[in-house]
Design a protein around this ligand. Structure first.
Ligand SMILES: Cc1ncc(COP(=O)(O)O)c(C=O)c1O
Length: 378
């Protein structure tokens, strides 16, 4: 195989190719570097519109977006919130920060997202909300989730940290439930370095989130705090980067989809690899280009494949551990209750997924995988 012109292909890097520098310099030159300034409402309005929602509330990161949404909906100690077992730990931690208990549900084998059919069995008298996660950019099957929530009078908060612009039956994720929460971390589809946003169509809820975000300061009375709030504010500098990124988001999503097609066509006949399928009702944004490795058929385990890719200059990441396996959440949980999440977690890898990837990069990664699979055959 020809060596790649660059040394290493990372899993993800930000693409800061637009007005980011110009807008950040504007903040520095005008002194608007804190959490007041024009870029914050611009990002809130622009991102809410992009995601099909009426209101946006910008915050410091995606984790506090989840915490703020839960707090604004009144989730508190003793409550239970249903989340998928296979997710980034932030989904569970946000629930715990409020003293509530995350209750895990296994994944669907097809979409890798929370299995709607297993949600009802997890509902108790304490359940207050369901927090589905649109994993790796593929939307959850929201209709059955919204139906169960309505039947049991539960809130739904979409953890859309990884799925900016993904569509479920023509609607963008984040806008389908009570609140959608996004992350703008450096590896996300658009980034502000660290950052996040809550979107909602409920004006009162948006107001409540703004209030809690700013130390619960009374809107009409400065330094009067009728309850305990948070400082979850985003800075104007972060928002400046975000506005520049938002100007390019449709282009980024189109590139992600083009890259997914190329990965799909180059890897489809490699034995023992399965790409994340796209359901007929879904339009994924492919935050990550992910594959499952069937060791028996591929010839190497997931971890062996990752190590061999690394040797060829290709970075990859394993899937998240199922949250029930992590020490703070393990007591009382058993792998037997989450067979799909355990299987996905043990066999999945995320391949290089930057918007920046060139066709040459993707061909290089796929050739590397083919070479590794042939090592076993020959
Ligand atoms: C599913 C999910 N939820 C929440 C978060 C938290 O976002 P942040 O890293 O911006 O706090 C992430 C981020 O990485 C995520 O992948």
């Amino acid at each position: 195989m020809e060596p790649h012109p660059e040394k290493r292909i990372p899993v993800s890097e930000p693409f800061l190719s637009g007005n980011e520098e110009k807008y950040v310099l504007e903040c520095l030159r005008t002194g608007w570097i804190s959490s007041l300034g024009k870029f914050i409402p611009q990002l809130e309005e622009g991102f809410a519109k992009f995601s099909g929602s009426g209101y946006g509330v910008a915050v410091m990161n995606g984790t506090v977006a989840l915490q703020l949404a839960l707090a604004a909906l009144g989730i508190k100690e003793g409550d239970e919130v249903i989340i998928p077992d296979l997710t980034f730990v932030a989904t569970a931690n946000a629930v715990r920060y409020l003293g509530a208990k995350p209750v895990f549900v296994d994944s669907e084998p097809e979409t890798w997202n929370i299995d709607p059919e297993k949600i009802a069995a997890a509902i108790t008298r304490k359940t207050k909300a369901i927090m589905p996660v649109h994993l790796y950019g593929h939307p959850c099957d929201m209709e059955p989730i919204m139906r169960i929530a309505a039947e049991h009078n539960l809130f739904v908060i979409e953890d859309a940290a990884e799925a900016h612009g993904a569509e479920y039956k023509g609607r963008r994720v984040g806008s389908i439930s009570n609140v959608g929460c996004f992350s703008f971390y450096g590896n996300k589809i658009i980034t502000t370095g660290e950052g996040g946003m809550c979107v909602t169509n409920d004006e009162q809820l948006a107001e409540r989130m703004r209030f809690l975000r700013d130390h619960a300061m009374s809107p009409g009375k400065r330094y009067w705090h009728p309850e305990i709030g948070y400082n979850f504010r985003m800075t104007n500098v972060q928002a400046a980067i975000g506005v520049a990124q938002l100007e390019q988001v449709e282009k980024f999503i189109a590139l992600k989809r083009k890259n997914a097609q190329l990965y799909g066509s180059l890897l489809k006949d490699v034995r023992g690899l399965t790409l994340q399928p796209q359901m007929p009702w879904a339009k994924s944004v492919y935050w990550m280009h992910s594959v499952l490795v069937n060791e028996g058929q591929f010839g190497f385990s997931r971890d062996e494949l990752m190590a061999k890719l690394k040797g060829k200059g290709v970075d990859s990441r394993p899937f998240f551990y199922p949250v029930h396996q992590l020490p703070p959440y393990k007591p009382g949980c058993s792998d037997r209750d989450f067979p799909v999440a355990v299987r996905l977690s043990g066999s999945g890898i995320n391949l290089p997924s930057s918007v920046k990837l060139s066709e040459t990069d993707i061909k290089f990664v796929c050739n590397a995988i083919r070479e590794i699979s042939n090592e076993k055959i020959s």
